[in-house]
Design a protein around this ligand. Structure first.
Ligand code: NAD
Ligand code: UDP
Length: 361
């Protein structure tokens, strides 16, 4: 199978390469700006890598040649860290919409199967979140269904929605090219994939505000308080990256089931509030380190304005209905949240806590 993989150097791309390359029989043409997460694959003869922005005119010419020969094009490109949505809005919109649209057009021109990674953020906030009190007692007001649930975003000045809106427009362009030009497509809406390499740790391999697991992990590594934004009452469902990769492999194996569909890939059995996640992470870190004092690691509250700056607004709850992935692909995630956290936090502990103690000797 010939695959063009855009954004192959990121978290999900790196795990897809780990899984696909050893299978044999695949030829992957990968593009990214950064290869630091896929160094171990750089010399693999089945991988043809290009370090360039997919938006450059040279890249587009080269990608067109690859698309013509490909069985499938996987688009993983994005700037997908919430701290960027209101602080780098133009780059965020470019990465998920304007840089990607020419690729969608190429796939449409050559009638190639495009698997494009979108986001559950296209739903914005749930209907339940706008109803006083009773909303969350009715599952139908907050459960997300790929083909039925409305997409409800906040006002324009809340720039948190730049990413969600750009992804939504790309989904609509893909769907329109399918309907008008017969382009086969699959849209993946991931919900909080967790695993090794998912994010950077500020002060070690990046700067800024990463996503919640890395923020809490940094607090544990640096002996600083974990911060709950607006009380940590938002909810997320967390799925293991390994099971997420299982789902993508099933899509590749079963085009007759996966083409022309939108799929949630998430684990509704692993729902937590962010406050519960902080609690679980400090318990897990006590287990990993053998230091029971982490069970009482300080947790403090902060406001969204203080933490993210102007224009942040949170998604409230992301409860995916995954029956499509279950019935069409035979995919049903099983890995529990404590197990996902144990693996992910052990990775960061091995990588950073150990090097830190060596450095301080
Ligand atoms: P990631 O940030 O680790 O990977 C994205 C990659 O795209 C990065 O390696 C980045 O360098 C690359 N990139 C950005 N702009 C580029 C450009 N112009 N040219 C070439 N490469 C470029 O993110 P990820 O977690 O691997 O996510 C992959 C996709 O899945 C994204 O589209 C994201 O929006 C979506 N998604 C992921 C999650 C999740 O839980 N990880 C959740 C929702 C949506
Ligand atoms: N969050 C938090 N403390 C942090 C970082 C994030 O309370 O140190 C919250 C954030 O406000 C949101 C949730 O954690 O409610 C998840 O944020 P994340 O950045 O992981 O991304 P998202 O799931 O929104 O894409």
């Amino acid at each position: 199978m010939r695959i063009v993989m855009l954004g192959c150097g990121g978290f999900i791309g790196s795990h897809l390469l780990d899984r696909l390359l050893p299978l044999g029989g695949v030829e992957i043409h990968g593009w990214d700006l950064d290869f630091s997460k896929i160094e171990k694959h750089l010399a693999n003869p089945s991988l043809n890598l290009r370090q360039d922005s997919v938006s450059s005119s040279y890249a587009l010419q080269e990608i067109e040649k690859e698309v013509e020969q490909a069985d499938v094009v996987l688009n993983l490109v994005a700037i997908c860290n919430p701290a960027d949505y209101n602080t780098r809005p133009l780059e965020v919109i470019d990465a998920s919409l304007f840089d990607i649209y020419p690729i969608v057009e190429l796939c449409a021109k050559h009638k190639k199967w495009l698997i494009s990674f979108s986001t559950s953020e296209v739903y914005g906030r749930t209907v339940a979140s706008y109803l006083p009190q009773a909303g969350y007692q009715d599952l139908s007001l907050y459960e997300l269904n790929e083909d039925e649930t409305p997409l409800i975003m906040g006002p324009v000045h809340n720039q948190r929605w730049t990413y969600a809106c750009a992804k939504q427009m790309t989904e609509r362009l893909i769907y329109a090219h399918h309907k008008e030009n017969g382009m086969p497509f699959t849209i993946v809406r991931p919900l909080n994939f967790f695993g090794p390499r998912m994010d950077y740790i500020p002060g070690r391999d990046g700067d800024g505000v990463p996503r919640v697991l890395a923020c809490f992990m940094t607090a544990l590594l640096d002996n600083k308080p974990m911060q709950l934004v607006d009380g940590g009452q938002a909810r997320r469902t967390i799925v293991s990256i390994h099971e997420a990769v299982d789902a993508i492999c099933l899509m590749l194996e079963k085009p007759e089931k996966s083409q022309n569909q939108i799929f949630h890939i998430g684990n509704p059995y692993n729902e937590v509030t962010v406050a519960e996640l902080a609690e679980l992470m400090r318990q897990t870190y006590a287990k990993i380190t053998g230091d029971s004092s982490f069970k009482d690691h300080p947790i403090i509250s902060t406001s969204a304005q203080e933490f993210y700056g102007e224009g942040y607004e949170d998604c409230d709850r992301r409860m995916p209905n995954i029956s499509k992935a279950k019935h069409l692909l035979g995919w049903d995630p099983k890995i529990s949240l404590p197990d996902v956290l144990f693996e992910t936090m052990s990775y960061y502990h091995e990588k950073y806590a150990k090097s830190l103690s060596k450095a301080s000797c």
